[in-house]
Structures are given as structure tokens and as C-alpha cells.
Ligand binder design. Structure first.
Ligand SMILES: [Mg+2]
Length: 288
């Protein structure tokens, strides 16, 4: 029997999906460069509401780490998206989980206030550049840090040279905002740190498989029945394909329909959506 994903592109076959993971920027909404006002994208609120009514497990995983997950969820609700605190995840959620399981107790944060909150909530001690013993840490965690200074880079390097592991929220250069493509700060910061230290890094955001496994575990959906919805072929799509999840692409963010279609076959999403509501066609009937 053919797997649905092996049918020719354009086939309208149903993909068996039991749960969904949504990207945020460019998929459900567009923010401005300062991450302030949100414009919801067409179909976003209605689709999440329909999933909620049908009791389909879903989660939002952003690569943005500026806000703690609960704070981010509250911001989404006030913009009109029905996302509960427990359905919102950031790379800091994944980092906290990984750190706790690997005995990381004290972390130097390169990021704005919200970056380390999920770590503190999980019982990990956080410290900042300039604090006493800032270099005596088990790990350095780099997230959203628009005010990063060279002294932060230096403190991170010193900690790594003293044995700290390097965790990174996002290693993606750009994300979609109302103003077009916008720089992902942690990409630039970690580039500087790794140029100095040549340290390997533990990526906690997308497209890491550890992020996909984390979400599949939270939703209790096997990865091959998980639909991954995103706007970036190098972020959500590549992650979904690596994990044998179902890749759904939107054209409202960094990538338009023509750009999706011109990708090599091995990097094509399973479906390119013209409306988020099309996801509902792919849901397995409950109880199966
Ligand atoms: Mg995106």
C-alpha cells in the first residue's frame, strides 16, 4: 500500500494527521520588528478554534525566545488566537527540558529578560554578564538579545573556555515580520561566539529534531502523525522531513508559492496550503 506522502505532488490525498505543530511568525501572524503589534494571518484564529472544538492536540512552537511561553500565550490570546499557556512553546521550553535531564544547574543567559524564564521555572539558576561568578556556569544559553554587547560575547567565551556547554535558541538568520525579513539576533551572536571558541552547540529551537521530539511528546502524537505547519523551508519543512512528520507549507511568510514549488523534490513539503483551514481535511477521525 502506498504511503500518502509518496503520491505525486498535487495529489489531493489525505495525509493522516493526529496533531499539529504551528510556527508563529509568518504562519499564524506577522509582528512588527520590535515584536509589538500583531496582525493575525487569514484563517489562523478560525483554524485553531476548529481544532480546539474537535479536541485535536496542537501546539505553537516559535523560534522566538523574547517572551516566556505563558507570557507569549497571553499575548496571542489578546490578539485573538485561542492558544492556552500549555500549548505555547519556545526554544527556552526545549532548553529547560534538556538542561534538567542533563544536569545543567547554572546558566549564563545572553538574552532579554524573558529568555531565561522557562529555565528558572524548571529550577535552573540563571545569571547574566557582570554578575559575580558569571563564568562559573554549566552552560551558556543564547536567545533573543537585541542589546547584546561585546562584553556579553566575551563572558560567553570565557564560560565556554572554562567548560560550559553552548545552548542556542535559534540558528536561523531571518524571520518574517510586517516589514519583511528581519534579523534573528541569536544567529549573529552565536556566530561570533563560535568563531572565537569553535564550540559545538546544542540547538533547542527549530529545525532541531530535539524540538520536534519535544513537541510530539507534549502532544502525545507519534512524529509520523504530526503535521508541522510553517513558512520557512529551512526551518519547519526540513525539520518535519527529517523527523518523518507531515510538512505543510504556508505562503504568508518568508516563502511564496513559486519559491516553494522551485525547491528540489527532496525538500518539498507534503502540501502547500492556500488556506490554513485546509489542514482540517487531513485530520484522522477521532477514535481511529
Ligand atoms: Mg516563521
Amino acid at each position: 500500500m502506498n504511503d500518502a506522502s509518496e503520491l505525486p505532488e498535487g495529489a489531493r490525498a489525505i495525509l493522516p494527521v493526529r496533531g499539529l505543530m504551528f510556527d508563529l511568525d509568518g504562519t499564524l501572524l506577522l509582528s512588527d520588528r520590535s515584536l509589538g503589534a500583531y496582525d493575525l494571518l487569514p484563517g489562523a484564529a478560525a483554524t485553531l478554534l476548529a481544532l480546539k472544538h474537535r479536541r485535536v492536540p496542537f501546539a505553537v512552537l516559535t523560534n522566538g525566545s523574547a517572551y516566556a511561553p505563558a507570557e507569549q500565550a497571553a499575548r496571542l490570546r489578546s490578539a485573538g488566537l485561542p492558544v492556552d499557556d500549555e500549548q505555547m512553546f519556545t526554544p527556552s521550553s526545549v532548553a529547560a527540558d534538556h538542561m534538567v535531564r542533563h544536569g545543567i544547574r547554572r546558566v549564563l543567559i545572553l538574552g532579554s529578560r524573558g529568555v531565561g524564564q522557562a529555565l528558572r521555572d524548571a529550577g535552573v539558576e540563571t545569571t547574566q554578564t557582570g554578575d559575580a561568578r558569571a563564568s562559573e556556569v554549566d552552560a551558556v544559553y543564547v536567545g533573543w538579545h537585541p542589546d547584546c554587547r561585546m562584553t556579553d560575547i566575551e563572558a560567553a567565551c570565557q564560560a565556554i573556555w572554562a567548560g560550559a556547554k553552548l545552548y542556542v535558541a535559534s540558528d536561523v538568520p531571518f524571520f518574517a515580520t510586517k516589514q519583511g525579513r528581519t534579523i534573528g539576533y541569536s544567529f549573529a551572536i552565536v556566530g561570533a561566539i563560535r568563531r572565537m571558541t569553535r564550540s559545538p552547540m546544542i540547538l533547542t529551537g527549530k529545525p532541531s529534531l530535539r524540538a520536534l521530539r519535544f513537541i510530539a511528546g507534549k502532544l502525545r502524537v507519534p512524529m509520523r502523525y504530526l503535521g508541522v505547519v510553517g513558512d520557512d523551508p529551512m526551518v519547519e519543512t526540513i525539520m518535519a522531513l527529517r523527523g518523518r512528520a507531515r510538512a505543510f507549507a504556508v505562503t504568508t511568510g518568508t516563502t511564496n508559492a513559486q519559491q516553494w514549488q522551485s525547491l528540489p523534490a527532496a525538500r518539498q513539503p507534503h502540501r502547500i496550503l492556500t488556506d490554513l483551514g485546509e489542514l482540517l481535511e487531513h485530520l484522522e477521525p477521532t477514535g481511529s
